[in-house]
Design a protein around this ligand. Structure first.
Ligand SMILES: Nc1ncnc2c1ncn2[C@@H]1O[C@H](COP(=O)(O)OP(=O)(O)OP(=O)(O)O)[C@@H](O)[C@H]1O
Ligand SMILES: [Mg+2]
Length: 320
């Protein structure tokens, strides 16, 4: 299992949205070859579960909190995993028991509930050595999943730092504003500290989310690029940015779905494909060739549409 944690010290930079979009793209691409993806919701807000059709208030049974705090092995990670399924007709997550038609397997979910609000305190006060705890609980899953994606909460408390000690890669969503950049810098410093324990930990990449066409967004994005260059950080910064877009929220509120499923042709959905392709250039794994060929086809189609637009503008000008 290749593991990637989506992280920032700052809240609201689209850690959850990015984790969920990428988990869904990976799971649906790999469904055809019988490989699976697991998403760990580490944030007690439970937003990953909500976006995947498994809201925390409806969850019954143990959660990641119980697995982390139980060192006896009575509750294992496999006891808490919940599968998700997508109805390709409606692009919605559905309850497998109520579904009638053919379903596509979505990512499996390790859920969390509000009870995990105390997890930082509990880990520090109840566990023998909390930094290794997530690493330990991942071991039984290594052969079952091709990818494990972690949605980290904002801040750099024990659950997040234990994730940094366990995973192969970090992905950094950044909103192009001063506070978004500070959140990125805080997470990069924490990665550098974690690399002392987890020596193979690397950045898979950084990317901007909720980007406007405003000049200040452009300025901040340029500042981040030169900061990475000047500090010689080993963090690839991707050219593709996710635009702030009504498609993103309309997909959730109107379609009851996700932008990558119900509005796959939108700029926002395409951005998530392109960024995933960029991330996989470092991460690798069985989805890489699948995502690469889908993205190549999408880019060719976009280029063709752009050429047609140019041609029709030229024809229109000549006609005037
Ligand atoms: N491309 C987009 N266009 C418009 N709104 C967006 C876009 N991406 C995300 N949002 C909105 O931004 C908000 C923050 O996104 P999200 O919850 O994924 O961030 P987060 O970093 O996980 O936040 P938290 O730190 O609270 O966990 C959400 O309300 C979401 O609907
Ligand atoms: Mg979140």
């Amino acid at each position: 299992m290749l593991t990637i944690a989506y992280t920032s010290e700052k809240g609201g930079v689209v850690k959850t949205g990015s984790t969920t979009m990428h988990a869904v793209l990976l799971a649906t691409a790999l469904a055809a070859v019988g490989k699976h993806v697991l998403v760990f919701d580490i944030d007690p807000q439970g937003h990953t579960g909500k976006l995947l059709g498994h809201p925390r208030e409806k969850h019954v049974g143990p959660t990641i909190k119980d697995v982390i705090l139980d060192e006896t092995g009575a509750v294992t990670i496999k006891d808490v995993i919940v599968p998700t399924y997508i109805d390709p007709e409606t692009a919605r997550f559905v309850d497998v028991k109520q579904a009638t038609g053919k379903l596509v397997r979505g990512p499996d979910l390790v859920p969390i509930t509000l009870a995990a609000n105390t997890l930082d305190f509990d880990m520090k006060s109840k566990l023998d050595y909390w930094p290794d705890r997530i690493h330990e609980i991942l071991q039984p899953l290594q052969e079952d999943y091709a990818y494990g994606l972690f949605d980290c909460p904002p801040g750099l408390l024990a659950p997040t730092m234990s994730v940094y000690s366990a995973v192969n890669f970090l992905a950094f969503p950044i909103t192009p504003d001063v506070l978004g950049v500070e959140g990125f810098q805080g997470a990069v410093s924490a990665m550098q500290r974690a690399q002392k324990r987890n020596t193979t930990l690397r950045a898979a990449g950084a990317f901007f989310t909720k980007v406007h066409t405003w000049r200040t967004d452009k300025d901040v994005m340029e500042q981040v690029a030169s900061l990475i260059q000047q500090s010689k950080l080993d963090v690839p910064l991707f050219e593709t940015t996710v635009p702030e877009s009504k498609d993103y929220n309309e997909a959730i509120t109107e379609d009851g779905s996700l932008v990558v499923l119900s509005r796959p042709d939108s700029k926002c959905a395409r951005a998530y494909w392109y960024i995933l392709d960029n991330l996989l250039e470092r991460v690798g794994g069985p989805a890489q060739p699948l995502i690469k060929s889908a993205v190549t086809a999408m880019r060719e189609e976009e280029q063709k549409a752009e050429e047609e637009r140019k041609l029709s503008r030229k024809v229109a000008r000549k006609g005037v």
